[in-house]
Structure formats: C-alpha cells, structure tokens
Ligand binder design. Structure first.
Ligand code: GAP
Length: 541
C-alpha cells in the first residue's frame, strides 16, 4: 500500500489534516477531520467498552475489576521528579552544523567505507569515508547507505573499491569512532558535519501562574500513567475496589519529539489509552501474560490481520529503567520494513508506587484484608498489628502488606487509528470500474450507513428522510441525495461506510429497500421497517 495515496485520501475525505495548515502547519501536530474524529472516537469507545466496562475473564476465569480516571494534563512537577522523567526522559540528539537540522542519534545509522574496514574500527583513517542516514530499522538503513554510496561512486566522488564496515546507530558507535566527522544524513548537506550526541529532555515545559520563574515551571504530561499512580490511594479509598484491579485512562500526552515522522506515527501531541493493573507481586507474571494476550487479541478482533501484527518481547538492553519485562505489540506499517510499536505491555514492578511513596511521604502500600481474614485463625491471631509484634519474617508479612506490582498495557490511540487506516485502505474493481474502499471493521467505521433516495421525486426523499431520522438516533448515518447513485456508493466506499440503503421505485410498491454491502457490493432487498434491526445485527461485527 502506498502511504502517499492514504495521506491524500485522509486529507481529501476529512480524516486527518495538518494542524494550523493555513499558516504552514506545525511539525508533529495533526487535526482529525469530520470522519477522523468519528473513527478515533469509535476506537477509544471500543477500548473503553472492551477493557474497562467489560474486560475478558481473568487468567483463572474470574471477573476482572476495572475502573476509570480522567486526570489533569498539568500536575505538580514533583510527580515528574518521582517518576524519573525530569532526570531521565531524554533522547540522544545531534545537530547538523550547517542546516541546523536535529536528529535522534538512535535513529541515525552510520557506516564507513574504507579500503580496509577492520582498521577503521580501531581508528579513523584518512582513506575512509563516513556515510549516515535516518532510518527506522537496520535493514532500511543498510539499503539507504548502500544507495548513497552508489550515488557517490557514480559521481566519481569515492572509489568503488571501498568496502563497508558494519552499520551502527550513531548513539551506539564505539568510543574510537565518537570523534569521526559524521556527515549530516540529509543528502543536500552531506558535506557538513554533526555535533556529538547530547541528551535532550522530551517534556514540554510551561509556567503556571503569572510569574515566569523556576518556581512556576510545570510540564505537559508525557504519559497518562502517572496520573493513575498518584491517584492510587484515592481510588482505593473511594471505590471499594480490592486487588487485583486496574485503573484505566484515555487522554492526551505531549512529547517534544526531536524528529516527528511517518505521518501521525510519531507526533508531539497524541492520545494514550493506558491501564495500570495493580496486583500482588506473586501474581504479577500471570497478569503480565494475561494482558499481553488480551491486548494482542483485541487488535485482531478489530480487523488487524495477524500476519501484520506481532508481539515482541523486548531484550534486556531495551527495557525502560522501571521495567522487569515488556512486550511490544507491533504492526507492519507500510512506511517501514520492520513492524513498529502500537502498544507496550510492561511489567513495571513496584517502581512507580515506591517512587511516589518516597517523594510524597505518603504510604502507597496495600493491606490485603481478605487474605488476612482467611489466614488469621491459622496464625493464631485476631489482629494483624498484634501478629506483627511477633516479628514474622518479611516474606510472610508481604502476603498481607505490600506495595502492589503493576502491569501496564499502554496503547496509542493515534497509532492504532493510523494502523486501522492502513489496514482498511484497498483498491479494487467493481463491474470493470476501479474504486478505492476503506474496509473498516463495522464497529470502527465513522459512518455506519448511508441513506440514499434513488431520485428526488415520487415520494422517495420523504421515505428516505424518515428512515434517516430513525437511524440517526442510534448511529452516525449519512443522508445523500446528490448525483448518480453509483457515484454516491463510491463516496461511501471511500469513507468506509459498511452499508448503503437505497429507497427506490419498488419501495412504494412493496415496502422494501436495497441494502448494499460495502465489501462485496452485494445488494439484498429487505423490508423498510426491518432496516434498523438488520443494521443492529450486522454492525455487531
Ligand atoms: N506509560 C508508558 C508509556 O508511555 P511508551 O511506550 O512511551 O510508554 C506508550 O508509550 C504508547 O504511546 C506507544 O506504544 C505508542 O502507541 C504511544 N506513543 C508514544 N509516543 C508517541 C508519539 N510520539 N506519537 C504517537 N504515539 C506515541
């Protein structure tokens, strides 16, 4: 699938627009148009319904308890000190000295061509020529670097006899190669060099209140997760939930990405759908596996083909500082040879609650009264406090009193919206005529049905209007009486509308209408009075 065609359809049909486009746009920010906002809302509603209100049964067939939150975007800056974001939420960055372009050093790949590549790895030699490129994967980088080399050979700027070293990320080159004058990855200023990598904090800063001084600095949240952790006790005290349980939140997050790219995939403002699932440490691996499987199955259920979806366990060297284990659920987007992260399912241990306990001085522990009530007679005690006085070993105390462990499935609403758009896009031929069709899962389709009077006379518009008014009480439906019916069908195909209902001459004779299916264009006649019921059945998906 050609990304350019999708981007153009998204603009033309009102799925996604560049933000503030009339002023030249702003890199890394996007607006959702009339169809896009319906699609993204359907995605968020499906997530909330399937994960928060009605999650699948737990690993042992039990009910899974979930509650929701909606926290503020700006929080006390101490939250971000405790979470590690002030100190550590940074990407290595390099600048081109000529074009002033900024690049993530872990997305810039480098390779040296030299008569003897082995000697170059010890020290840079005069006959060696360094090459760089920006890429999402090693495979892509190797192709780009070789293409750049070939181009320079053609221009007779380098000798064809030179051989390549291995390919490295700029952030990972050995100390011996740190001072190499790496050229800018942009073709047009390949004669310029870049600065050495330095850390760049990704949080957006702002000031709260009228005075702009260091005491009023605050941050736009870079993840929704921390709002959940700092409210852990509030939720426990107000909603009578007991471990294990999860807290979910959908909301905006902001990251001053060095290099936003690949359409909405890496943006500076985006929405997350996050769950923090709190459980006893001894049960955490069981819940980690549960959420990893539940989350992968959810994407498949909503139409993502399994050959494009893969769960990938992160290697030890990739893990975030808080994580004991993380599985990325990845999707093969058309802009990359390698599957890219849609969601991370992370085992965060007790890192976050412990940090907030340390920084706030508030107790973030949990007392499992159900377990204590069950065991107290075998402990020969009525009161937990009295039992503590007998100095039981810490491993025994932890059965009842502990800082919960957390499993975090953290998904990007915009990334999944992009995956849904990529997956849905298709071109086919109907009756010798080419069409573009968005094959959205019916649950996600922005418009569920279009109501079309065949012609604007003979009582057809009146019947169509009445049906439209009935259906729109339940779904987002569209009324279209403009132009030939074939063209109206094509417009709905491009919007991804699963069903078109046409009121024609036969309707006034026998009370039936045609129901056209988007994917195979098959039309069936059904009674006008049965349309709502039929849609209800078919939209369940
Ligand atoms: N609380 C954990 C956390 O935020 P993350 O892997 O940094 O983990 C989770 O982000 C998800 O948020 C990602 O899997 C992705 O879907 C989405 N996401 C992260 N950065 C993004 C960006 N710059 N643009 C769009 N989505 C992003």
């Amino acid at each position: 699938m050609d990304m350019e065609k999708l981007v153009s359809l998204c603009k033309r049909r009102g799925f996604i627009f560049p933000s503030s486009e009339i002023y030249g746009g702003i890199n890394g920010f996007w607006d959702y148009g009339p169809l896009g906002v319906e699609l993204k809302n359907n995605i968020k509603q499906a997530w909330w319904q399937d994960m928060v209100r009605n999650p699948p049964p737990g690993p042992d067939g039990e009910e899974v308890t979930m509650v929701g939150l909606d926290c503020s975007i700006i929080m006390n800056p101490k939250v971000w000190e405790a979470s590690g974001h002030v100190g550590g939420f940074a990407d290595p960055m390099v600048d081109c000295k000529k074009c002033k372009g900024r690049f993530r050093a872990d997305k810039v790949y480098v390779r040296i061509y030299a008569p003897d590549p082995a000697s170059v790895l010890q020290a840079m030699v005069a006959t060696a020529v360094p090459f760089t490129c920006e890429a999402e994967s090693l495979e892509e980088a190797e192709q780009l670097l070789q293409a750049k080399f070939e181009k320079r050979v053609k221009k007779k700027a380098v000798s064809r006899d030179l051989l390549p070293t291995a390919t490295f990320k700029l952030s990972e080159v050995s100390p011996a190669l740190k001072s190499v004058p790496w050229p800018c990855p942009k073709e047009e200023c390949a004669d310029s060099t870049m600065t050495e990598p330095r850390q760049f904090n990704l949080m957006f800063k702002t000031y709260v209140g009228a005075i702009e001084d260091p005491s009023s600095i605050a941050y736009l949240r870079p993840e929704t997760a921390q709002g959940i952790f700092v409210n852990f006790k509030n939720v426990l005290d107000s909603s009578r939930v007991k471990l294990p349980f999860g807290i979910a939140q959908i909301g905006k997050a902001f990251r001053n990405e060095i290099n936003p790219r690949n359409y909405t995939f890496r943006s500076r403002e985006f929405e997350q759908m996050e769950i923090e699932f709190f459980c006893h440490p001894a049960e955490s691996m069981k819940w980690y596996r549960y959420w990893r499987d539940v989350r992968k199955a959810w994407y498949t259920r909503l139409g993502i083909k399994s050959d494009k979806l893969r769960p990938r366990e992160q290697g030890k060297e990739e893990l975030a500082h808080y994580s004991i284990g993380t599985t990325d659920i990845e999707y093969l987007f058309p802009f990359s040879d390698e599957p890219q992260e849609l969601e991370g399912v992370a085992h965060r241990g007790c890192y976050d609650l412990s940090q907030h306990q340390k920084f706030s001085g508030r107790d973030m522990g949990y007392f499992d009264d159900v377990a204590w009530e069950r065991d107290k007679s075998s402990r020969g005690m009525n009161s937990f406090k009295e039992w503590l006085k007998t100095n039981p070993p810490p491993t025994e105390i932890e059965r009842y009193q502990f800082i919960p462990h957390v499993v975090e499935p953290s998904a990007g609403a915009d990334r999944f919206t992009l995956a849904v758009l990529c997956e849905a896009y298709a071109e086919d031929e109907i009756g010798g005529e080419k069409r573009t069709v968005m094959r959205f899962h019916p649950r996600l389709a922005p418009i569920k049905a279009a109501v079309l009077p065949l012609v604007n006379k003979d009582g057809m518009p009146e019947k169509a209007q009445a049906l439209y008014r009935e259906l729109k009480q339940e779904w987002n439906v569209y009324y279209d009486d403009g132009g030939a019916v074939g063209r109206r069908y094509r417009r709905q195909d491009e919007a991804g509308t699963p069903f078109c209902i046409t009121i024609d001459g036969q309707t006034s004779q026998d009370g039936t209408v045609t129901l056209r299916n988007r994917d195979d264009c098959v039309q069936v006649r059904i009674p006008l009075a049965a349309v709502a019921e039929e849609l209800r059945k078919r939209l369940k998906g």
